[in-house]
Design a protein around this ligand. Sequence first.
Ligand code: 2P0
Length: 320
Amino acid sequence: MTAATARAYPNIALVKYWGKQDAALNLPATGSLSLTLDVFPTTTTVELVDGPEDAFELNGGVATGTPAARVVAFLDLVRERAGSTARARVTSVNAGPTGAGLASSASGFAALAAAASAAYGLPLDAPSLSRLARRGSGSAARSILPGVSVWHAGDDESSYAEPVASPELAMVVATVDGGPKAVSSREAMNRTAATSPYYDGWVTSTRATLDEMVAAAERGDYTRMGELTELSALRMHASIQACDPPVRYLAPASVALFDRVAALRSEGVEAYATADAGPNVVALCRPQDRDAVADALRGSGLAGEVTVAGSGPGVEVTDG
Ligand code: 2P0
């Protein structure tokens, strides 16, 4: 039976994706821009089997519930496109320490899209993989690409990620002990669109932020990229906090880490903070400053684990 293995890395958005224009096709309300990292890849094998149902094993254990249902729904989409009825055994492993605070659904669905496409005989070019990965999880569209990429809003055909010219970037991930997420990002995203009075302002302003970010990246303007990174994160969190009922992902230590990063700037180390749907904080910096930033965040006493990352590769089929 056919089998294929693929590896993909997580990404962190500088211009955030938050809100959908079409939930069934997983089309975003706006474009977004991110850096694919070089730490904590997901490696996934898809093996076509004779059995009556799909099986999904994650980090050595049998997965059930929502994670398993999302994988089966994704395989159904792949089978429909490939004209196949074959079931699959999916084995997925996330490298690195569990709970490191790096988006695993992005690397997970990017690796699954590539491994499943190779196993079922679907196209393996980057736009096709990015469009497919998007259906599993929006941010996975960007983990198909190496380094800095922009994921376009658009229709089913045109909504995929493409490379963007950019200065070299690094990131320092600082975990904050905040316990498990009370509200999933998918639910909070839908709630923001449905109930936040700031959602329309978020969508309108993000279109402008993305245009400005792409222009700054292309002209090598690291400072403006950093400023826009903080702006996008804080505007996203402001619109999330205005949901009914409210959702607040940032913990006191998260806010203190934003302040610590701002203090670093006044000390001459040009770093900028961002945060996703949780309390962890990621500092963007120039590659030569990454160790100084990591030392400062470790020394702050505000973070649990501190991980340094650089620009990482795109998804790769490693076997099959
Ligand atoms: C991002 N996040 O741009 C934003 C910033 C979290 C905060 O994309 O519903 O798992 O699967 O498309 O991609 C997390 O949401 O959502 C996310 P779905 P996803 O990285």
